[in-house]
Design a protein. Structure first.
Length: 388
């Protein structure tokens, strides 16, 4: 379903392919419930975040948020000269810090200057993170301490001396996909949801995105509610590759054989919406599909595999749409299903051609936790108010 609303002229959310000043990642804190339940996951998640950070640092500077108790460990891992661009450590008091910077860090926007967005002032929108619809503890509203990630957006903006934009919306960065030309794609399930925005109409929500991000055209896909923690974030589902071109994640051949699959239903609904709408500039969308890997072909712990197959655990986030564009590059996941990995890599190499160098990062722990490369990162766009 598509809706058009006149955008505010004050702010503009640049597309991901616009040049970055840097990208933010975070090492997880060691005292979250998940790592206490799965002790080996802390080292595995840290290793994968570090691999993503190193890949990003081949193209642009990185800021790595890290709990002070892990600071020396991080200094050893990212000693000067180990990466092409600097990995700057940003220490905080956050033993329960989560790694999902896409959702917890600010969503950066640019206050337009007289000569257009590139001449504007960098700002950060604080979208009032509430634990993905109150699924996790979020009692503390300001400051991390050792209790929660709710205050991270405010903390980072204060530390970086970037203007904070307050919002009436509760949402996460992974729920928002923009083309930088006024179009936003999102799922209804992750935003128009009483677990985040009770009492707000679609029109209220669109007006606030128009004000804070400069959105003119909204493309709403139904999504999936209540099956996994994000309620079907768009950044693991539909992504802009460039203006007028989207990449759509298609359920694996194994998943497609399940006649009752909510993911197959969501995919079909997305096809219907995307094929029948236009973007803010009046263009029909070119939709490029990329098939997800088969879980049975991904090498993982047998106990985990049985739990996933029996629905004791949420479905892992094995999908290729959760990539990250960086300056001149694309950081792209691989999962261990050799056939699907190769086909997906060929698709993005053909899509981006010589436009971007594709660097792959093998992932297993982050998908089991429900996320991937894009979920773990948040880019800071380059503007005249910030330098790399």
């Amino acid at each position: 379903m598509a809706h058009i609303r006149l955008a505010s002229q004050a702010f503009h959310r640049p597309a991901e392919w616009v040049r970055h000043a840097r990208t933010i990642l975070a090492w997880p804190g060691g005292e979250t419930v998940y790592y206490k339940e799965f002790p080996g996951a802390l080292a595995s998640a840290t290793k994968e975040v570090s691999a993503i950070a190193a890949a990003v640092a081949h193209f642009e500077p990185v800021t790595l948020v890290v709990d002070r108790t892990r600071l020396e460990e991080a200094r050893r891992r990212f000693a000067p000269g180990t990466t092409r661009h600097q990995v700057s450590l940003h220490p905080i008091d956050g033993k329960q810090l989560d790694l999902w910077m896409r959702d917890i860090a600010p969503t950066f926007t640019v206050k337009k200057g007289h000569n257009g967005p590139s001449s504007g002032v960098l700002c950060g929108v604080d979208f009032n993170f509430n634990g993905w619809g109150n699924k996790f503890r979020t009692e503390t509203s300001v400051g991390l301490g050792t209790e929660t990630c709710v205050g991270l957006a405010r903390t980072l903006l204060d530390d970086l001396k970037i203007e904070r934009i307050e919002s009436s919306l509760v949402t996460e960065g992974g729920a928002i996909e923009v083309d930088g030309e006024g179009t936003m794609v999102a799922t209804e399930s992750s935003i128009i949801n009483d677990n985040r925005n009770p009492g707000m109409s679609r029109g209220d929500i669109e007006a606030e995105f128009a004000r804070t991000l400069g959105i003119e055209k909204f493309i709403w896909i139904p999504g999936v509610n209540g099956v996994e923690v994000t309620d079907c974030h768009i950044d693991a589902f539909v992504r802009f590759a460039r203006p007028g071109v989207v990449l759509l994640s298609k359920p694996s051949s194994e998943e497609s054989r399940n006649a009752n699959s909510v993911w197959v239903r969501a995919y079909k609904e997305a096809v219907d919406v995307l094929s029948g709408t236009k973007d803010a500039k009046g263009r029909s969308l070119e939709v490029i599909e990329i098939s997800e890997p088969n879980v049975s072909e991904v090498a993982m712990d047998e106990e985990f595999l049985k739990a996933i197959e029996s629905s004791e655990l949420p479905p892992p986030a094995f999908n290729y749409a959760n990539y990250l564009m960086v300056n001149g590059g694309l950081i792209f996941p691989q999962f261990g299903d050799r056939r699907s990995d190769a086909a997906a890599l060929e698709t993005v190499q053909r899509l981006f051609g010589s436009e971007r160098d594709v660097v792959t990062v093998p992932l297993q722990e982050l998908p089991l936790m429900g996320g991937g490369i894009h979920c773990a990162t948040q880019q800071i766009p380059l503007s005249t108010s910030v330098s790399p």
